[in-house]
Design a protein around this ligand. Structure first.
Ligand code: ADP
Ligand code: MG
Length: 448
């Protein structure tokens, strides 16, 4: 019977959630009145209680026919602390699992982060944060898209757990924080929400704080979270696409909190670093990128590392289609569109091509894209225009804002909107449009 509860529960949650939270969840005891479960991690115990309490309750009901009271206990793998583990015991020694609160990308570590002199100081400070939390508090990292902010943030998270397996690390995106907050308000569980963020973490890492621009309510919540953690000496690490004092629409008091500790900019990788990153990225795809092509890429594709990765993927794809390897002229042709058009007139041409492609593809006149219309198809065209400029052609938010006469936060909002559609599985049409725009502009610029 005990099995049944677990099976039922397992069917109620997604596989991902199960793997994140329930792997050590087991039944210890079950009587007429009460069910007792155990987990091997203190944080998970609290989390399961607050987030999945009612699901567990339901599962018990379905399995036993009644709503039993239940309790989740935290029990270490070795439940008798007085007994030293026998060094000669058979089988592998169980490595203690770190108290990983958040799902991290296992590839985002310090070891895999390539740095030249441009980010040496940043890496050194980031490592110190992981080794001696609280020393620079908060630690605020800012810089452009695709320069490795999320990578560094998660590297700090990994390292902290490596240095101290008892360290409770909570990594979240600002969007996640906002959604959690809204959900807790809806469900009437704000207390639990606050408990989680304010009491449970030893290190809180918040990604993409600029997402909260203009969202006063959640900023206030974050402000209190921040203060409580900071007062308790807990490390806070934040990253953003811009300097704290450029976070327009953020409460002044928040900005000054951000500036209290250490603020560092993540720099775009220099040529040598780009070369090393390109080699590494190709290796990860098991592709042998020749030195001259690597050099060409490193020379020409600056800034956003995702673009470098995109170019390599495209190259791999094309070399498969044309059945050639390391042909520099093919590489030049394929990569023409990734190479920044140096002169102002070339940049203008590129812009013109993007606009006319969107006009044609979505059948929306350009004056509407630049105008004030809120009609659905016009808004979509405008958002795609913004997205493509930023993410595919490396234009800055400020530049785009000026171009279409919109505020920073409007531009960011549009980016988020399209990012969300592009990354969701359910809506591939937006991703298709974005791809078509990029392909057409690339084809046109390669032909010119
Ligand atoms: P950001 O959060 O600043 O937009 P990411 O951390 O998501 O950027 O980085 C984009 C991609 O580029 C990731 O796959 C990341 O691993 C990779 N990357 C960025 N910088 C480096 C670097 N210096 N060395 C290795 N990989 C990098
Ligand atoms: Mg990021």
């Amino acid at each position: 019977m005990s099995h049944k509860i677990i099976t039922i529960l397992k069917n109620k949650v997604s596989k991902k959630i199960w793997n994140n939270w329930f792997t050590t969840f087991s039944i210890k005891e079950i009587s007429e009145e009460k069910a007792i479960f155990t987990v091997e991690n203190l944080f998970i115990k609290d989390w399961l209680q607050t987030k999945y309490g009612s699901l567990i309750s339901e599962s018990i009901k379905e399995a036993t026919g009644k709503y039993l009271e239940f309790e989740i206990r935290y029990e270490k793998e070795n439940n008798d602390p007085s007994v030293e583990p026998d060094a000669h015991q058979k089988g592998p020694l169980v490595k203690r699992k770190p108290l990983m609160i958040s799902k991290l990308n296992p590839e985002y570590t310090f070891e895999s982060f390539v740095s030249g002199s441009e980010n040496r100081a940043l890496c050194a400070v980031s490592r110190q944060i992981a080794e001696m939390p609280g020393r620079y508090n908060p630690f605020f990292i800012y810089g452009g898209v695709g320069l490795g902010k999320t990578h560094i943030l998660q590297a700090i998270a990994h390292k902290s757990m490596e240095v101290n397996p008892d360290c409770r690390v909570l990594y979240i995106t600002s969007e996640h924080f906002l959604n959690d907050m809204i959900e807790s308000i809806k469900k009437g569980s704000v207390k639990d929400f606050r408990e989680l963020y304010r009491k449970k973490a030893d290190i809180l890492l918040i990604d993409d704080i600029q997402f909260l621009i203009g969202k006063g309510g959640v900023q206030t919540e974050l402000f209190h979270t921040f203060n409580e953690l900071h007062d308790a000496g807990k490390q806070i690490v934040i990253c953003s696409d811009r300097n704290p004092n450029e976070l327009d629409g953020f409460h002044e008091r928040m900005i000054s909190r951000f500036q209290m500790g250490m603020v560092m900019e993540i720099a775009a990788p220099e040529r040598d670093t780009r070369y090393k990153i390109a080699k590494r990225l190709a290796k990860r795809e098991s592709y042998d990128l020749s030195d001259d092509i690597t050099a060409m890429l490193a020379e020409n594709i600056r800034g956003n590392i995702r673009r470098l990765r995109g170019a390599i993927i495209k190259l791999i794809l094309y070399s498969g289609i044309y059945n050639t390897n390391s042909d520099i002229s093919l590489a030049q042709q394929v990569l023409a569109s990734y190479v920044p058009s140096g002169t102002a007139s070339k940049r203008k041409d590129e812009l013109e091509m993007i606009i006319s492609t969107i006009e044609n593809l979505l059948d929306v006149e350009r004056k509407k894209i630049f105008g004030k219309s809120r009609k659905k198809n016009v808004v979509l065209a405008r958002q795609i225009f913004i997205y493509v400029l930023k993410n595919e052609f490396g234009r800055s938010i400020t530049e785009i804002g000026k171009l279409i006469n919109r505020t920073h936060s409007t531009v960011i909002h549009s980016l988020k909107k399209i990012e969300k559609s592009v990354s969701s599985d359910s809506d591939s049409s937006v991703a298709d449009i974005v791809n078509s725009v990029v392909e057409k502009v690339m084809a046109a610029s390669a032909a010119s």
